[in-house]
Ligand binder design. Structure first.
Ligand code: NDP
Length: 344
């Protein structure tokens, strides 16, 4: 039986990956941070909290000695590093913390691997945000990077240090450049889930209007449960490598807004432009979405679309869930939660 460490078990991907690995018979050490109130709602929703093979351990990625002890005490042979300050918007307000966690944090794990057991396989959660001001369409493993946020810059350091440890020390360090992936377990600070949760509240009469920033941003959105399968395949490959996981379809935030309202039975029409743009419920005439300039970022990423051809050819990985299905799944989950009077 294999043993894996999943850092960031309280996050979206950590929960889905733990579910996948437990299903494959792994013993999983899922790490969470010491906080005043730990939140295990995602693993609870997936029904794996309390699973006999899931061990929850306190750990902070910024601590080298804790990283060494984590590897020593668990005897894990695979480490999936999903922990990060992962929100682009926050990275503009907390650039140093973001650099320490998201950039230097993975180096602690790589150093720990070098010290404790260089045979441990390491997965780094890289991101399409590293492409930022895109240099080619679609983006592949060889597209030059141009990050546009402190988050993207920090992730780029982590990405290259993983490649460097692979080349310098022969460590099995692989990097998955994952494009946006969403699910009903996505945090509410992220735009898709903010939209589906707000749409559910508006449909149920609990909210009047959704406020957003840049509606023109184009993203390549996939389903998180399928992407964690890709992470696992990346670590089962013969050689450590870098892979893009994406859907190769891009849509605007505006499209996602319309899709989410439609999934809740509301047809909207967009009126006005720029900061005066609104979405109006065609049945009631009410404004259900408006722009709030406070949500604009100092530097934007306009267009992301990834080409996952390498992952398909070498790992047999490809996404199957359409954006419409994904959006419907998220709206339905948020309708259920909000009807029941709660929302994570
Ligand atoms: P989440 O924000 O949902 O989860 C991040 C996790 O990291 C949380 O469990 C968080 O714990 C943990 N964490 C934060 N800081 C530390 C720290 N100092 N020490 C230990 N753990 C910490 O992200 P996702 O699950 O969506 O994403 C997983 C990874 O994939 C992240 O690295 C993200 O940047 C990357 N990624 C995600 C994409 C996406 O579209 N979802 C796209 C590309 C890359 P806590 O609950 O305590 O905050």
């Amino acid at each position: 039986m294999k043993t894996a460490i999943v850092t960031g078990i309280t996050g979206q991907d950590g929960a889905y990956l733990a579910e996948l690995l437990l299903g494959k018979g792994y013993t999983v050490y899922g790490t969470y941070r010491r906080t005043s109130s730990v939140n295990f709602w995602r693993i609870a929703e997936l029904g794996i909290e309390g699973h006999a093979n899931l061990k929850l351990v306190e750990y902070d990625l910024t601590d080298l000695s804790a990283s060494i002890r984590l590897l020593q005490s668990t005897g894990a042979t695979e480490v999936y590093n999903l922990a990060a300050q992962s929100f682009v918007g926050v990275s503009f307000d907390q650039p140093v913390t973001t650099a320490e966690i998201t950039g230097i944090g993975p180096l602690n794990l790589l150093e720990a691997i070098r010290i404790v057991n260089p045979a441990i396989r390491f997965y780094q959660a890289s991101t399409s945000e590293m492409f930022g001001k895109v240099q080619a369409i679609p983006q592949t493993e060889t597209t030059p990077f141009y990050p546009r946020s402190p988050y993207g810059v920090a992730k780029l350091y982590a990405h290259w240090i993983t490649v460097n440890y692979r080349e310098s020390y022969g460590i099995f360090g692989s990097s998955g450049i994952l494009f946006n992936h969403e699910s009903p377990l996505r945090g509410r600070e992220f735009v898709t889930r903010k939209i589906t949760d707000s749409v559910a509240k508006i449909a149920l009469g609990k909210l009047d209007c959704l406020e957003l920033g840049n509606l023109d941003a184009k993203r390549d959105w996939g389903f998180a449960r399928e992407y964690v399968e890709g992470m696992w395949r990346i670590l089962q490959a013969d050689q450590p490598e870098t892979y893009v996981l994406a859907t190769n379809r891009t849509e605007t935030v505006r499209d996602f807004v319309a899709m989410a309202f439609k999934a809740a039975g509301i047809i909207v029409e967009f009126r006005g432009k720029d900061e005066g743009e609104t979405a109006v419920n065609t049945a009631s005439g009410r404004t259900v979405m408006r722009i709030n300039p406070a949500f604009h970022r100092p530097a934007e990423v306009d267009l992301l679309i990834g080409d996952p051809a390498k992952a398909k050819a070498e790992l047999g990985w490809e996404p199957h869930t359409s954006l419409e299905e994904l959006c419907r799944m998220m709206v339905e989950a948020d309708l259920l939660r909000n009807r029941a009077g709660y929302s994570f």
